[in-house]
Design a protein around this ligand. Sequence first.
Ligand SMILES: [Zn+2]
Length: 311
Amino acid sequence: MADGVDAGPGIEIIDTLLGGQTGMTAAYLIEEGGPTLVETGAQTSAQTLIAALTDRGIGPNDLRQVILTHIHLDHCGGVGDIAQAFPSARVVVHRRGARHLADPTRLVESSIAVYGALAPLYGRLTPVPAERIDAVEEGARIDLGAGRTLDVIDAPGHARHQMALVDAAHGVVFTGDALGVRFPGSEVYPAIPPPDFDLDMALTTLRRIAERQPTRLLLPHFGPVDAPQEAVATAGERQRILAEAALAGWEAGGEEGVWDEVSRRLPMEAVVTDEPGRERWRAVLWADNNPPGLIEWIKGREARAAEGART
Ligand SMILES: [Zn+2]
């Protein structure tokens, strides 16, 4: 989907061009009521995004707020730079992520560990002044102005600090990475990086998104999905297959077994059959983060089971 295309009633998609590539990371702009931005993309995308907002006539003091679905750097890394460029904007984030925007030291360190050699693709995160951060959680209603609102639902599974945003009046849900990644013209495939993945939470989140009966989902990677119930079901099924593969692999051969069984049962290439989609996955190596994410999940389960056995 091209930059600037209408993504829903009064919602515009801005391609934040991660790594200079189209169709990787989206921000969404809602102009009605005073401009609100959902997601910023990575810090390396900040200048692209500032230029896109400036092109639309949004001056330094015009941006009302920036809402982040979660605090992975491909969604939030640009927020400090955007906050500096638009000094009136509030920054809205889940309660579990708020302190990491004010002091990103640990977040950046752990992100670099996950992204490895590709960390420079994302950049880092400029701190956001604490007094400009609005921490929200389940049940919050975010005022966009002009009578327009977004309802927050906690959306853990992909990350504990993830929230989905429901535009109930227009049937739209901003999902964060709850479904995984579906590049333009391609199929949805799970994105379950360490350290937070949890299958039960992920499936509950998908069920709760579906319960809102949306007519359109807006994915950060990338763009609108117009058959939400089907997409949610497919996304859940694929996450379940990967989780089951990981459990079987762990049983058979530990960490190496997880890698083997994931690549045997449902590798990215089995789902993403179009070459542009595969090229996007390879450019960011996100599929390679899935086995480590699954291993962390299994280790966490075992630690909790051992803890439970002792008490
Ligand atoms: Zn993401």
